[in-house]
Design a binder for this molecule. Structure first.
Ligand code: GLU
Length: 499
């Protein structure tokens, strides 16, 4: 391998469901690497110990494999620049953090959370930014080292210049400038000894010889801190290329309130991986003849980073369904499509789980169709009147259903037992009998008041379809305005603790 090898990376944080934005970034990194006979790397950024989980890592890996975007180096495949999971690289980060301290580019900070919160408040009030007052920046290094040795709790911050301007290039946007004075002395190591994203990403991208950083636009504001770290270490930064943000139809930033964002939802709805990839490819890029349907191979052959356009690409579900329909009709024989259907849900395992929920109510095998259609549909029609909670109107019902939705989203394991416990707890907290609380949910989830057991049905449908159906029910009831949602969220957080 020569030094000119194109090396790209996808660096997801395993802190939730696999996001369509991750698929979008993965695709562009994958395509750019393949186009140049380069290397595509998967790096798991799990430095947030509280929010990272193995289940999330597994789900991300699984969905990328389903999409067919396999990596050449990564936590499961290995490679010459591993480990590829940041929690396994702590020693490496410590070496570089110590180097920064020794060379005077970083310093231990002993400020308490309380002090930091007070400073933030004061500075906000006086309009002088919301940052840190740099109180520990001038502690003489010897004194700081003594306090560290004595076991005092500390974080490490980088010394950001107090004046001047940071200038860097983005491949799509050209020169970008930002005044140093607007940037805080960023924490690079937390009190738990874990590095923050900013330090880890720079060290890893350098050591893993990444040639191009292709990621979402939301990271642009972090680049000055990264550029400064490259400078401190005396390293050449990679090429920065920030992809335009995906947007909802109304042009706001893609959000799960307005659009499903989990790859699992698309998979469970029966979107084909080819169509989802093609659709992600259309976000900010197109073939020179403007043909909308193209294969991964065609994208690889024709792709150039500089052709990405910055107008906010809209993640339009109707368009995706249109494209998916074309794949179904044009690209598969009946036999091939049957294989996809079997893989999707027409298989023994899925049928077996469903049968458990309905065999008690079957009088003949042909009851199957009527009893189980909720398991094989996407959006189901719901009779609005039956969605109302006992003695409540639409506005009150929406609030309760929204709270149920928030609570379900917090569940780590989406099993019928944990869903049951959650509803039991909610029934007490909201002072609504369990049988009344679940009644509109039957309608939302199955479209009918009498159906397969609710919690079993939710488990089999999975978190994403369940969530989407509850969202549809809220929409059906008239939805919550942004303002009302904010107010409710406040009340919810005070009743149930921060979500
Ligand atoms: N861990 C970051 C994320 O979750 C990676 C950002 C980057 O690509 O630098 O998106």
């Amino acid at each position: 391998m020569t030094d000119n090898t194109i090396r790209t990376r996808l660096a997801p944080s395993p802190t939730g469901d696999p996001h369509v934005g991750t698929a979008y970034q993965a695709l562009f990194n994958y395509v750019w690497a393949k186009k140049n006979n380069g290397i595509f790397i998967l790096r798991i950024e799990d430095t947030d110990r509280e929010r990272s989980s193995q289940e999330s890592e597994k789900a991300i890996i699984d969905s990328l494999k389903w999409l067919g975007l396999e990596w050449d180096e990564g936590p499961d495949t290995g490679g010459s620049y591993g480990p590829y999971r940041q929690s396994e690289r702590l020693e490496i980060y410590h070496e570089y953090i110590n180097k920064l301290i020794a060379e005077g580019h970083a310093y231990p900070c002993f400020c308490s959370r309380k002090h930091l919160a007070e400073v933030r408040m004061e500075r906000q009030k006086s309009g002088s930014g919301s940052g840190y007052d740099r109180r520990c920046r001038d502690i003489p290094p010897k004194e700081a080292a003594k306090r560290v040795d004595a076991g005092e709790e500390f974080t490490v911050r980088m010394k950001v210049p107090l004046e001047g301007t940071c200038v860097f290039e983005d491949l799509l946007r050209g020169k970008i400038e930002k005044d140093w004075a607007s940037i805080d002395d960023q924490v690079i190591m937390k009190a738990d000894g874990f590095p923050t994203y900013h330090l880890a990403v720079v060290v890893d991208d350098h050591l893993m010889k990444i040639s191009h950083i292709i990621r979402g636009e939301e990271w642009i504001n972090s680049v000055p801190k990264h550029v400064l770290l490259y400078q401190f270490f005396g390293w050449e930064p990679p090429v920065f290329c920030h992809l335009p943000l995906l947007r909802n139809k109304d042009k706001s930033k893609l959000s799960k309130r307005k659009n499903p964002v989990s790859i699992n939802w698309y998979r469970k709805m029966g979107i084909l991986s080819e169509a989802l990839l093609n659709f992600a490819g259309m976000m900010g890029w197109h073939l020179s003849d403007d043909r909308e349907k193209f294969s991964l191979q065609e994208m690889i052959e024709n792709f150039r980073l500089e052709d990405i356009s910055l107008g906010g690409p809209v993640f339009d579900l109707d368009k995706l369904l249109w494209l998916n329909g074309r794949y179904i009709r044009e690209d598969f024989t009946t036999d091939e499509l049957l294989d996809r259907l079997v893989e999707w849900g027409l298989n023994r395992e899925h049928f077996g789980a469903i049968l458990e929920t309905c065999k008690g109510r079957m009088t003949c095998l042909s009851d199957w169709g009527e009893l189980t259609d909720q398991f094989f549909s996407g959006r189901i029609p719901v009779p609005k009147d039956e969605l109302l909670l006992k003695d409540m109107d639409e506005a009150q019902t929406i609030e309760v259903i929204q709270i149920i939705l928030w609570e379900l989203e917090k569940l780590d394991s989406f099993s019928k037992d944990s869903i049951y416990l959650l509803f039991k707890d909610l029934s007490e907290k909201l002072n609504i009998k369990l049988k009344y609380l679940t009644q509109p949910l039957y309608i939302a989830i199955s479209g009918k008041a009498v159906s397969t057991p609710l919690f079993d049905t939710m488990e089999i449908l999975g978190k994403d379809i369940t969530r989407a159906r509850i969202r549809y029910a809220i929409e059906e009831l008239g939805d919550l305005s942004k303002k009302k949602l904010k107010l409710l969220e406040k009340r919810y957080n005070s009743l149930f603790g921060e979500s």
